[in-house]
Design a protein around this ligand. Structure first.
Ligand code: NAP
Length: 258
């Protein structure tokens, strides 16, 4: 797609993820790559994750089912402080999501590549920190970038380290998840429910088992759509920085892949 742009100095993603750009063999080598970090994008992601964490926490799906069968049965959910939510990826989105969940009263844990210090949040990092992070996580939220190190990370090995009955929310990239492993964990009851916004192939094919799985919620990659008005300001600012020779913001480290 970039063959004609050999002289490009800046390639600005209109989304937070840039995995699709780095995967393009024609990407000009000298161009800086910037990704979108935008307050609106962050706010919309906070909404999506809060919605689904609360849904799982308060067992809302079970209440919906009860209504369909005219069943009046009170379901007691633990207090938020007694529910541990684990956020994988503590960047622009994951960091803000972790703080918003903490503000809702949840016990929040976060996992990142390098050590982080977020007030009120138990943080873990690196391969060594992953096991302890997973051990207590009852609702796992994936907000990692897709890189060589994170592809297929949500596999049988990772899922088996979560407590039985854990829930999973993926709002990052479909390639983070090994679908057969997640389906097997759902079918064995080890994972109680999953909410998936992103898939290895999008749109999700009509015959994919996720569509009809009773404990999977499928949304069509809408967790946080780019807001053109708000995003344009961020992109314009970066173009101005380039023209004025000032440092760019949100520049991607090509080696790290994000
Ligand atoms: P970001 O700011 O680049 O943050 C990435 C976070 O992941 C950082 O905390 C980073 O650790 C951590 N990380 C990276 N590699 C890791 C590894 N190998 N092990 C552990 N942690 C690792 O990314 P973002 O802007 O928050 O975006 C997060 C994801 O959301 C992306 O996948 C993006 O594509 C997706 N997204 C989805 C939607 C949607 O609608 N579904 C919308 C927007 C974005 P360090 O802090 O140590 O660097």
């Amino acid at each position: 797609a970039y063959a004609a742009y050999t002289g490009a100095r800046l390639i600005h993603s209109l989304g937070a993820g840039i995995d699709h750009l780095l995967a393009d063999p024609q990407l000009p080598v000298q161009a800086a790559i910037c990704r979108l970090v935008d307050p609106m994008l962050t706010l919309r992601m906070i909404e999506y994750v809060a919605l689904h964490v609360l849904r799982h926490h308060r067992r809302h799906d079970q209440l919906v089912q009860q209504q369909q069968n005219q069943i009046w049965q009170q379901i007691a959910a633990p207090a938020a402080r007694d529910r541990t939510v684990g956020v994988m990826g503590l960047g622009a989105l994951g960091g803000a999501v972790a703080i918003s969940l903490h503000n809702l009263g949840f016990h929040v844990q976060g996992w990142s590549r390098t050590a982080k210090n977020l007030p009120g949040i138990d943080t873990f990092h690196g391969t060594d920190g992953l096991r302890s992070f997973l051990q207590k996580t009852e609702i796992l939220v994936c907000l990692l970038p897709l890189t060589e190190a994170t592809r297929d990370i949500v596999n049988q090995n990772l899922l088996s380290q979560l407590p039985r009955g854990a829930r999973f929310i993926n709002a990052a990239r479909g390639h983070h998840v090994v679908d057969q492993d997640l389906l097997a964990a759902l079918d064995s009851g080890h994972i109680a429910e999953a909410t998936l916004d992103v898939f290895r192939t999008e749109p999700l094919s009509t015959d994919h088992p996720y569509w009809r799985h009773p404990r999977v919620t499928v949304t069509p990659h809408i967790a946080s759509l780019t807001d053109p008005v708000s995003a344009a300001k961020v992109v314009a600012d970066n173009i101005q920085r380039l023209l004025q020779g000032r440092p760019l913001i949100n520049q991607v480290d090509r080696t790290a892949g994000y």
